[in-house]
Design a protein around this ligand. Sequence first.
Ligand SMILES: Nc1ncnc2c1ncn2[C@@H]1O[C@H](COP(=O)(O)OP(=O)(O)OP(=O)(O)O)[C@@H](O)[C@H]1O
Length: 337
Amino acid sequence: MIRINNLVKEYKTKKQTVLGVDNVSVTIEKGEIFGIVGYSGAGKSSLIRCLNLLEKPTSGEIIIDGQDLTKLNSRELRLARQKISMIFQHFHLIKAKTVYENLAFALKAARVPKSEIEPRVTELLEMVGLSDKAQAYPAQLSGGQKQRVGIARALANNPSVLLCDEATSALDPSTTKSILKLLKDINKQLGLTIVLITHEMEVVKEICDRMAVMQDGRIVEEGPVYDLFANPRQPLTKQFIENILQFELPPHLLKSRTGKLIKIQFKGSIAEESVVSEVFQKYKVRGNILHGKIEYIQETPLGIFIMELIGEESEIQAAIRYITAKTQSLEVLDRAA
Ligand SMILES: Nc1ncnc2c1ncn2[C@@H]1O[C@H](COP(=O)(O)OP(=O)(O)OP(=O)(O)O)[C@@H](O)[C@H]1O
């Protein structure tokens, strides 16, 4: 488990002091994938770099498996860091060394006995699906393959925590998916705790269990990913979610509508029930679905529909009450209200 208590990171320049992290407290459970999202300058890098003391916190505690990293001497910190690995947006591989040598180098640095290096490198390459690239140099690899080497190197010391600093930001969408799948697989296989920072909600949606949203050095909202997608409370979280769900109806579509416009969210198993067709059977209303989408937040569905209901006002109201009772989530849209 990782506990961050009242973490502050200030950067002092000649002219001013900049607050990178402003009194953040958060707990990350063992074995979970925790995502931190925020726009540029929100403090994500500062926060994640404080987690392994790449940046020295100005104040606060970083407690990993019961040990406060900020209180360790340099020898103790070196040992503790072996259990906290990191991967980076731009991979940080040694260009003049082959894939094999890059991994062997990390193992040597961790003082792994010589005889164990070759079998361990072979095992790591298998784990990340790169057994055929042992003799390639980084320049001969695609971005996705480079990140696989980065992941293999990060796993070399059997860490308990993996920090991912915008690990997929330099990759195209399909390569991003395959790297995220690999991260999820190793999280499951090895029980590794993963903390990732990203500005892309897709990444969080794809693999994170819980997430935090950062702004101006602070965490403005945190919780299980599904809950934040289904019920974002803070304006910034809403903004991030809207980027994914994109639920604006084009104005010309609204103009021509005469019925009552409603927006319904179907959460979890209710998304698979036939609430809408039941409504048409029970009440004298007709309906047009104007916009609809079911997103899967990992395995759990989140459906959003915009519909126009047409009929007598009393029947429409009864239909609205029925859907509200079933879904706990119905909004009558202003335009037609
Ligand atoms: N070494 C530094 N010296 C001075 N100010 C810094 C330094 N590093 C970060 N900052 C400032 O701290 C704040 C948080 O920056 P940080 O890089 O942590 O944000 P971020 O969310 O990771 O953004 P990005 O995604 O652009 O890296 C910013 O105002 C930034 O200018």
